[in-house]
Design a protein around this ligand. Structure first.
Ligand code: 13P
Length: 252
């Protein structure tokens, strides 16, 4: 049985005070139960203080990005070892906002995936199609290419442990959510694609859904057999909204 994972990607939101209040609200309201895990991914400047706030709680820390390089003259970049140092256990790699706005290539995403693992953290690899790609019927091809770029660099064994987040670009921040059936179809496809390399690894990989997930639609999505949690943007910025999704995970 795969554990459910609910991760909040705060993106570039908040302040020191806002992040402290958000985390204390989340830590105070973690639902009873087992079989699920919560992760928060604050902006870089707040990672260390959030790490202090969640110490001893059921909430784990993640980063939103990482450098593919280990060390050196890379002004403005952050090495995986540094994220590990401040207490990160997860790193989001290949988010569509980074692919689209910062021209991150699939090769770079693969290198970031590897850098994360080499430092002893778990990558959350984001994949997803645009609306044009979905309407052109190329969703599976696009996602297949995004997965293959990492698989061919790392091999299948690197996906244990790893987390994949299916985030249809058209559903991110738009209020449009994939239906549970639409999401399940893609999640099943992702797992089947990994199973071509290793059935055991495919069975264990957690595949999260991301894209306008909120308390009201979380139960339907999480009840699908291949949906193992959520990567939450907007609804991770208020304790009550994030905890409503955590509650749905606790009930699943
Ligand atoms: P929203 O939940 O705001 O649609 O964002 C999803 C996302 O991009 C999480 O990484």
């Amino acid at each position: 049985m795969r554990e459910l994972l609910v991760a909040g990607n705060w993106k570039m939101n908040g302040s020191d005070a806002v992040s402290a209040a958000l985390v204390s609200g989340i830590v105070a309201g973690v639902p009873e139960g087992s079989g699920f895990r919560l992760v928060v991914c604050p902006p870089f400047p707040y990672l260390a203080s959030v790490a202090g706030q969640i110490a001893g709680s059921q909430v784990a820390l993640g980063a939103q990005n990482v450098s593919e390089h280990e060390v050196g003259a890379f002004t403005g970049e952050t090495a995986a070892s540094m994220l590990k140092d401040v207490g990160c256990e997860y790193v989001i790699v290949g988010h569509s906002e980074r692919r689209a706005m910062y021209s991150e290539s699939s090769d770079q995403v693969a290198a970031k995936f590897q850098a994360t693992q080499s430092a002893g953290m778990t990558p959350i690899l984001c994949v997803g199609e645009t609306l044009e790609e979905r309407e052109a019927g190329t969703t599976e091809t696009v996602i297949g290419e995004q997965l293959d770029a990492v698989l061919s660099a790392t091999g299948i064994d690197a996906f244990e442990p790893a987390v994949i987040a299916y985030e249809p670009v058209w559903a991110i921040g738009t209020g449009l959510t994939a239906t549970p059936e639409q999401a399940q179809d893609v999640h099943r496809h992702i797992r089947a694609r990994l199973a071509e390399h290793s059935v055991a690894v495919a069975e264990n990989v957690q595949i999260l859904y991301g894209g306008s997930m909120k308390g009201e639609n979380a139960s339907g999505l999480l009840s699908m057999p291949d949906i193992d949690g959520g990567l939450i943007g907007g609804a991770s910025l208020k304790p009550s909204d994030f905890l409503a999704i955590a509650e749905a995970a606790a009930q699943s």
